[in-house]
Design a protein around this ligand. Structure first.
Ligand code: C2E
Ligand code: MG
Ligand code: MG
Ligand code: MG
Length: 291
């Protein structure tokens, strides 16, 4: 590896790679700082029931606001967080933040909103943060299990070494739901759908981008929706940006939609302002503790 080359490592890189490696080193250092200095915020993107037009779910999406670099997109730092293992700490923070939000939305707004949390395969591999620990945290905050959904990607389901099946089962036994994110982009094998119980299939936005009547993409969306429904799953289309895309997907029988057409991801205050209504009467806290 570059490290074992010691002093010679900069000869080992081409000028371009050296630049990238330096950039990466800086980002790794800044990411460590970001955890300590709590530069992250969790945003929430509405997910709409396409039949009723109601916001019934929200995907929790991390935002990193760096003091000088500004907003760093997750695509630029999540892979690094995964490679360095920092995703464990970041992922635990995301989870904790999301379930606190869920408890708050239930208690203050009496809201029936499900929050989806992205969980990377690296987090599944980690034995220090097991499923039971997360379930315990939810219990302590009296979070309704149906209000939490775990988003996984196809790659995880092909991994034979992580007890994925039993971990997903533990979530579902506790009443959480599971989404399969970015569906259609990862692997061509569908055999894993036989083995795993998944509640939602999320059609990747690359199929939605150029959706037009009589297009191949529309045929693919229709086929994915029929397949999902036959297997007992609901379908969420991501990346809906136009009214036409929304209409075509609803016509194709898609259950839920997410995308800029409805809304970008919002900070929790804005989400609450736009989509949740505060209770008229303050409620007693023991109403919830006595569940
Ligand atoms: P994802 O889970 O597939 O999330 C959906 C991404 O699509 C989000 O990007 C969202 O902002 C974007 N999006 C939503 N609607 C539209 C649209 O209409 N058009 C377009 N072009 N994009 C749309 P974001 O927030 O930049 O996140 C990118 C990825 O980073 C996520 O993809 C997810 O894989 C990862 N990520 C984000 N937050 C977390 C997190 O808390 N934990 C983990 N492990 N990964 C996360
Ligand atoms: Mg997702
Ligand atoms: Mg997605
Ligand atoms: Mg995607």
């Amino acid at each position: 590896s570059a490290k074992t080359h010691g002093r010679n490592r900069f000869n080992y890189f081409t000028p371009e790679m050296q630049n990238d490696a330096q950039k990466r080193m800086i980002l790794v250092q800044e990411l460590k700082n970001a955890i300590i200095q709590q530069q992250f915020e969790l945003y929430y993107q509405p997910i709409v029931n396409l039949t009723t037009d109601k916001v019934v779910k929200a995907e929790a999406l991390i935002r990193w606001k760096h003091p000088t670099m500004g907003f760093v997109p997750p695509a630029d730092f999540i892979p690094i967080a995964e490679e360095t293992g920092m995703i464990i700490e970041i992922g635990n923070w995301v989870f904790n933040q999301a379930i606190k939000q869920s408890a708050r939305w239930s208690e203050i707004f009496n809201a029936d909103i499900q929050i989806s949390i992205n969980k990377s395969p690296v987090q599944f591999k980690d034995e220090t943060t097991d499923v039971q620990d997360w379930l315990l945290q939810m219990d302590e905050l009296h979070v309704n299990a149906h209000h939490i959904c775990i988003e996984i990607t196809e790659g995880l389901l092909l991994d034979k070494e992580q007890n994925v099946e039993s971990k997903l089962l533990a979530y579902r036994d506790a009443g959480l739901e599971v989404s399969l994110d970015d569906f259609g982009t990862g692997y061509s094998s569908l055999s894993y759908l036989r083995k795993f119980n998944i509640d939602y299939l999320k059609i990747d936005k690359s199929f939605v981008n150029n959706l037009m009547p009589d297009s191949n993409d529309l045929s693919l969306c229709e086929a994915m929706i029929v397949m999902a429904h036959k297997l007992g799953m609901k379908v969420i289309a991501e990346g809906i940006e136009t009214e036409e895309q929304r209409a075509l997907l609803e016509l194709a029988g898609c259950d839920y939609g997410q995308g800029y057409w409805f809304s970008h991801a919002l900070c929790h205050e804005e989400f609450e302002q736009k989509y949740l209504q505060q209770r008229a009467e303050p409620i007693q806290i023991n109403q919830f503790t006595a569940r």
